[in-house]
Structure formats: structure tokens, C-alpha cells
Design a protein around this ligand. Structure first.
Ligand SMILES: [Zn+2]
Ligand SMILES: [Zn+2]
Length: 255
């Protein structure tokens, strides 16, 4: 393989992946990856990732408070997040956003947490990674009103129409396993409306394992299937696409 890949969203500090992280990283390297962005959803995960990063430079770290964890988040956690940002210990804030899939009655509280973290990102010039599920309108409205920094829609699962709006707003889009699923349908139309200099691929491991491994626990090495699918849909040379994604990573995270 004459190109390198990046997994821009992996929960390697979840217990079920962390227990075998050495093997997961070794397998990712063997599959052609040179970078994995580890997404931490709480401080405990962040300190775990930070410790691991001392011996493994392949990982970068992002930290943000997920809308689904609303009840567990204390005001002191946001203070600590700010401290971590000012120490430059992470490269992005995320994942943050809105998720009305299980419960939309807490929408206002989710919005408040989302906006607080966007404000933090604005203040420190940090890019943000967005989790948006069953909350397209509210998420885009908040981004339009509050976001003054770069943003990426992680595990994009919306329509091509919404993707066009995101691109027009200056956003980036990251594709995950669902693009390879047999029932991907409308999602297959999305890569064509996203300029190559605005796209990424990710695992969202341990979730959403690409076809043909669907049902198995996901890990970064399987991102190759999602990447191949994007290249196939765009009818573009894999090396050209991979090299562009490496550039995108540097541009988006201003490394
Ligand atoms: Zn997410
Ligand atoms: Zn995630």
C-alpha cells in the first residue's frame, strides 16, 4: 500500500477496547494507519488516553462532553476541560452536540451544554467534533448562531441536502461504517456532494462495524472498508484520496 490512513474517531479508552489496545494499535499500523484520533467522553477516559499517549505517538486526543451523558456532567468538569485546553493537551473538543434519539425532553439542557462547549472552542480557537442524531435542525441552528471555529460532523448519517448545507457553512464531514451497509441507500449520494478537501473517514469504534464485519466489535483497522467505499463512490484513485485526507487532518486540526 502506497498511502496512509487516519481514523478520526475511535473510542479506544472504552473498557472493551482499552483492554486490548496494544493489539488494536498494532493491527491498525499493519493495515496502513499512521494516526488515530481517540475520542474521550469524560475525564477518566482522557487521563487514560494521556497516559497511553506517552508511549504511543500515533494517537491524538479529543475530549468533549456528549449529549447522551448529560446527567453525569458536573460544572467542575467544564472547568477542567478548559484547563486541559489551555494546556493544549487535546487537539479538538468533541464529541459534542445534540441527540434526541432516546429522549427529546432534555433538549434544552443538551443545547446549553453544547453551546457552553462551542463558546469554549471559540475562545481558544479549537475545532469541534459534532455528534448529531435526530436533531438536524437544532444542531445546524446552534452552529450557525454560535460557532466561530472549524467543525466536523462525525459519523455523518444525514441526507445529501443537509450535507450541502454543512459544506456551505464551512463544515467538514466524516464517514463511518454505515456507508458500507447494505441498507445505506441515500447515504451513498453524500460523498459526491462533499469536496475532497472537506472529508474524513472514521471507525466510531467500538460501534458501527463496516460490512462485511457488521456485528463484530469495531476497531480502527476496519476503516479501510469505509475508505474504499468512498473511493469507489467518487471513482477516485485511493492514493489521491488518502493523501488529501492526510492534508485535511493537518488543516482541520491546524497541526
Ligand atoms: Zn457520536
Ligand atoms: Zn463517538
Amino acid at each position: 500500500m502506497n498511502y496512509k490512513l487516519i481514523d478520526t474517531h475511535a473510542h479506544l479508552t472504552f473498557d472493551r477496547l482499552y483492554s486490548r489496545i496494544d493489539q488494536i494499535i498494532a493491527d491498525a499500523k499493519a493495515a496502513g494507519f499512521n494516526k488515530i484520533l481517540v475520542i474521550c467522553t469524560n475525564l477518566e477516559e482522557f487521563y487514560r488516553a494521556k497516559e497511553y499517549q506517552k508511549k504511543e505517538s500515533m494517537i491524538d486526543i479529543a475530549l468533549g462532553f456528549h449529549p447522551g451523558d448529560l446527567e453525569d456532567i458536573k460544572p467542575s468538569d467544564l472547568k477542567e476541560l478548559e484547563q486541559i485546553i489551555s494546556n493544549k493537551e487535546i487537539i479538538a473538543i468533541g464529541e459534542i452536540g445534540l441527540d434526541y434519539h432516546y429522549d427529546h425532553t432534555i433538549a434544552d439542557a443538551q443545547k446549553e451544554l453544547f453551546i457552553k462547549q462551542i463558546d469554549l472552542a471559540n475562545r481558544y480557537g479549537y475545532p469541534i467534533l459534532i455528534h448529531m442524531r435526530d436533531a438536524t435542525k437544532d444542531t445546524l441552528d446552534i452552529l450557525k448562531e454560535h460557532c466561530k471555529t472549524k467543525f466536523l460532523m462525525h459519523c455523518y448519517s444525514g441526507s445529501a441536502e443537509t450535507a450541502k448545507i454543512v459544506i456551505k457553512m464551512g463544515g467538514y464531514i466524516s464517514f463511518a461504517g454505515p456507508l458500507t451497509f447494505k441498507n445505506a441507500r441515500g447515504l451513498l449520494d453524500v460523498p459526491a456532494v462533499v469536496p475532497m478537501d472537506r472529508m474524513f473517514v472514521e471507525s466510531d469504534s467500538p460501534f458501527l462495524t463496516p460490512h462485511p464485519f457488521r456485528g463484530k466489535e469495531n476497531e480502527p483497522k476496519y476503516v479501510t472498508y469505509t475508505f474504499d467505499k468512498v473511493a469507489e463512490l467518487l471513482n477516485v484513485d485511493k492514493k489521491v484520496l488518502a493523501d488529501q485526507m492526510q492534508k485535511n487532518y493537518k488543516t482541520f486540526f491546524t497541526l
